[in-house]
Design a protein around this ligand. Structure first.
Ligand SMILES: [Zn+2]
Length: 175
């Protein structure tokens, strides 16, 4: 029987949402999906991945201008994952690897979804957030412009196209 311990307390062990655990060294900075022994492909996200993994730069700029993280600083990938964690607490694990010098990042999130589904979830959550922000905007033309954009926006198609594009330059978050 395994010894009980505080989850996430070991910077050498990556907690998986299916309940599994693997050495942190099983993944590398460029990995987007972890082919798990449970049969799923779990999306892997690290704090060093820029938000442009999920959105084009101009959208990232809008996000940074619109969203001010409660603790200050700039809107980053960890805030995106924070949103996913809030919505799907059971489906995402977070491992703090800052004590582990070998990895090259500080935080790793692994989701029960594969990276494509996670991408869709993130786009959905951000659209919801922006929609919410817009309903509080005094600028009615910006508001209706956004509503119109939202009506014609196809999340699946966006994710599909963006991922195909990004496959040509994965170098952006590989280092
Ligand atoms: Zn698994």
């Amino acid at each position: 029987m395994a010894t009980p311990r505080v989850p996430g307390s070991n910077p050498d062990v990556l907690e998986l949402p299916c309940g599994g655990e693997v050495p942190v060294t099983s993944i590398d900075l460029g990995m987007r999906d972890y082919p798990c022994a449970c049969g799923e492909r779990h999306a892997v996200v690290m704090d060093v991945h820029p938000p442009s993994r999920f959105f084009p730069e101009p959208v990232v700029d809008v996000l940074c201008d619109t969203i001010e993280p409660a603790e200050g600083g700039r809107f980053e990938t960890r805030h995106l994952l924070g949103m996913v964690l809030e919505e799907f607490p059971e489906a995402v694990t977070h491992t703090d690897v800052s004590e582990n010098g070998k990895i090259g990042c500080q935080h790793i999130w692994v989701s029960q979804f594969d990276s494509r589904r996670l991408h869709t979830v993130i786009v959905d959550l951000v659209l919801e957030l922006m929609d919410h922000a817009m309903t509080h905007s005094d600028d009615s033309s910006a508001r209706s412009e956004f509503e119109t954009m939202l009506d014609s926006f196809d999340v699946d198609e966006f994710v599909e196209r963006y991922r195909a594009e990004r496959d040509f330059d994965r170098g952006l978050y590989r280092r």
